[in-house]
Design a protein around this ligand. Structure first.
Ligand SMILES: *Cc1c(COP(=O)(O)O)cnc(C)c1O
Length: 355
């Protein structure tokens, strides 16, 4: 494995004083990880350096054609003082899946994981300790060829930055209102929906904006061909409880395979619950709601962990779930996942990595 060089900052920054007001992605730590790719040399010069601006040519390809991929995970400070990561190997594996789709050269997953751990250790004083807070880790890769021509990049930068983030639910888990999107689509089979790449988010902003203006927190995405099958909710995977069984859309090429999603399924199954990955149409959901068989719905993702859904608006139809209150399964799943992540519950699955 390549050796990771280290240059410590001479100007440590002021850490945010108020841990109860960190928000999300507002503060960054003292250091970042960088590595370059140049054709002929491969990935080289892995290094940890002071956090700061990166200079680019205005012609840098990522600015024009969005050849970019990213990941998101968290480091948690447990009550015993230890620092924990949650299934970080999965993030690195997924980064390479995204790389493959965007014609970005594969990274050495072990090296990337080593770099991530080293960086978190160096900036560990930045990990907040207040209830529900964490250090958000953002690995990303972008093309920097100074070339306004469309082709796979020959020069790229891999960067990891860290951001102390606040509790997602400072006032406790509150079910959100969701707008079922019938006009815009997030992804189609054959596109880039299964990759974590910037373009997917750029193209989702308009729908999100319109839903927000109408009083909704997120949109529920339907499939891009028939506008019939459910895909994801905002930037989260989505689960429904119908007749006491749990269903989630099957991974079929346009859905991002979340690590929270796969972990949630394993926990739910360990409780003896049935979890089905299959196509779910919005019509089926509306019918189940009418018949009182749709008891809960929730999104899953690293940022919120579990996001309970209280209301779904589909055209003229309004589906209210569990009287707009958080359901039992959603709450229990949230408690289990966060318990494992923050180390207050035993990790029977071997998912946490202590630093
Ligand atoms: C990141 C992401 C998710 C959730 O993935 P996790 O690994 O659980 O954080 C789901 N959908 C989209 C579109 C995403 O970008």
């Amino acid at each position: 494995m390549q050796k990771i060089a280290l240059e410590m900052t001479k100007n440590p920054r002021q850490k945010p004083l108020d841990q109860n007001n960190l928000g999300f992605g507002r503060y960054y730590t003292d250091h970042m990880f960088l590595m370059n790719y140049d054709e002929g040399q491969g990935w080289h010069s892995p290094r940890i350096v002071p956090y700061g601006p990166i200079s680019l040519e205005p012609s840098a390809m990522c600015l024009h054609y969005a050849q970019e991929v990213f990941e998101g995970l968290k480091a948690y400070r447990a009550k015993d003082g230890s620092i924990r990561l949650f299934r970080p190997d999965r993030n690195m594996a997924r980064l390479n899946i995204s790389n493959e789709r965007l014609c970005i050269p594969q990274i050495d997953e072990e090296l990337a994981l080593e770099a991530l751990k080293k960086l978190v250790k160096i900036d560990q004083d930045w990990i907040p300790t207040a209830e529900g807070t964490s250090l958000y880790i953002r690995p990303f890769i972008f093309a920097v060829d100074p070339h306004v021509g469309v082709h796979p990049a020959n020069h790229l930068i891999f960067c990891i930055i860290l951001s102390p983030v606040g509790a997602y639910y400072p006032e406790g888990l509150n079910p959100v209102k969701i707008y079922v999107e019938e006009n815009y689509v997030r992804a189609v089979k054959g596109g880039t929906g299964f990759a974590k790449t910037g373009g997917n988010y750029a193209s989702s902003l308009k729908a999100q904006d319109e839903a927000a203006a109408a009083g909704y927190t997120q949109v529920l995405w339907l499939d891009g061909i028939e506008r019939k099958y459910i895909e994801e909710v905002g930037t989260m995977n989505v689960f429904f409880v119908i007749d006491g069984e749990i269903v989630t859309p099957a991974i079929q090429g346009s859905i991002l395979e979340g690590i929270t999603r796969m972990s949630a399924m394993e926990i739910l199954r360990s409780w003896g619950l049935q979890v089905h990955e299959r196509p779910i149409s919005i019509q089926e959901l509306a019918q189940a709601s009418d018949q009182g068989r749709l008891s809960e719905a929730f999104g899953t993702g690293t940022a919120a962990v579990i996001s309970p859904i209280g209301e779904l608006k589909w055209g003229d139809k309004l589906m209210v779930l569990n009287n707009g209150e958080i359901g039992q399964i959603s709450q229990k799943l949230y408690d289990s996942l966060t318990g494992i992540q923050w180390g207050s519950l035993p990790d029977e699955f071997g998912w946490t990595v202590k630093l």
